[in-house]
Design a protein around this ligand. Structure first.
Ligand SMILES: C[S@@+](CC[C@H](N)C(=O)[O-])C[C@H]1O[C@@H](n2cnc3c(N)ncnc32)[C@H](O)[C@@H]1O
Length: 290
């Protein structure tokens, strides 16, 4: 397994694949001529670490896409993020909850990407969740001292790294449903798909059902490209039955993942993650595949 540093993007998202990056890296065989296509980019941690020369990153959630597009056009700069977080962080320290909710209200009217970053980094558990009218509705994380100098530096460094990658690579960011993104693929593309996990958590941007999973398999198969899909294989309690129904023709590689629900040590759970490919992958893990 790779021991390379994993770069973390500025946004936190549910289902972020930071821990799976080495496995994905080992099995995604691409070169400088490959067009990397990521229809469910979320935070962007996978593409950021794979660092393809040419890429299309897309997601149905407009807010992260908007932030990265503004970095690309330099309407947002790392320096501006620094100044913004210092100012808003000081207001949070002074007013606490009242300030968090005033930024949330402002964001739901103006959709300012800097406010989205602030909310994402000070809300409860770094969640991204919207109601039916597209309003961001995650409650306050109750940490008024959240934006201490070290934390601001960490976030700004994450923005700086993403920003430098955007300006040295041919990357496009599109807000659109996966069907439109997959229509851009051809046989020289490599598609990495990380849809919301079927049969698990759902919310407005993350709702996902069997019909969509079947459509995804069909569009991936029609694209003629090599692809890799992330999904869950099993938990302590159940197995992802869709793997044997929808994805049975593909190569499966699995990895156990530990995670916490809430703050208590005994809330440690495991889930076995899977990556499925339509080509044969050659890593050590491949031989462990069931
Ligand atoms: C599991 S997350 C991706 C996480 C990402 N790989 C990461 O490491 O941060 C799934 C993403 O799919 C997006 N999504 C949900 N339905 C979609 C659709 N129909 N088309 C495109 N994106 C969709 C969600 O907004 C979410 O960002």
């Amino acid at each position: 397994m790779s021991t390379n540093k994993i770069y973390i993007p500025p946004f936190k998202t549910q289902g972020i694949k930071s821990k799976l990056v080495p496995l994905i890296q080992e099995n995604a065989h691409i070169d400088d001529s490959t067009l990397w296509i990521e229809p469910f980019m979320g935070s962007g941690v996978v593409g950021l670490n794979i660092a393809p020369k040419r890429a299309i990153f897309a997601d149905i959630n407009p807010h992260i896409i908007n932030f990265y597009n503004k970095l690309k056009t330099r309407e947002i700069t790392p320096q501006q993020v620094l100044e913004y977080l210092r100012e808003q962080g000081a207001l949070l320290a002074q007013k606490g909850e009242e300030h968090y909710y005033s930024v949330r209200e402002r964001f739901n009217e103006d959709h300012d990407p800097l406010d989205f970053l602030f909310l994402n980094r000070s809300c409860f558990n770094g969640m991204i969740r919207f109601n039916k009218s597209n309003g961001y509705n995650v409650p306050y994380g109750h940490k008024p001292q959240r934006f201490a100098q070290a934390y601001i530096t960490k976030i700004v460094n994450q923005v700086r790294h993403f920003d430098s990658m955007i300006h040295t690579h041919e990357w496009r960011f599109l807000c659109q449903p996966f069907e439109e993104t997959l229509a851009l693929a051809d046989k020289d593309s490599f598609i990495y798909c990380d849809p919301p996990y079927i049969g698990r958590h759902v919310d407005y941007y993350d709702s996902w059902n069997e019909e969509q999973e079947i459509m995804l398999q069909k569009k991936l198969s029609d694209s003629g490209a090599r692809f890799m899909l992330s999904t869950w294989d099993c938990s302590q309690y159940r197995k992802n039955q869709y793997i044997d129904i929808i994805w049975k023709a593909y190569t499966k590689i699995t990895q156990e993942h530990f995670y916490h629900i809430g703050a208590k040590e005994d809330n440690r759970k495991t889930i076995t993650e899977a990556i499925l490919t339509n080509y044969s992958a050659h890593t050590r893990e491949a031989y462990k595949a069931t």
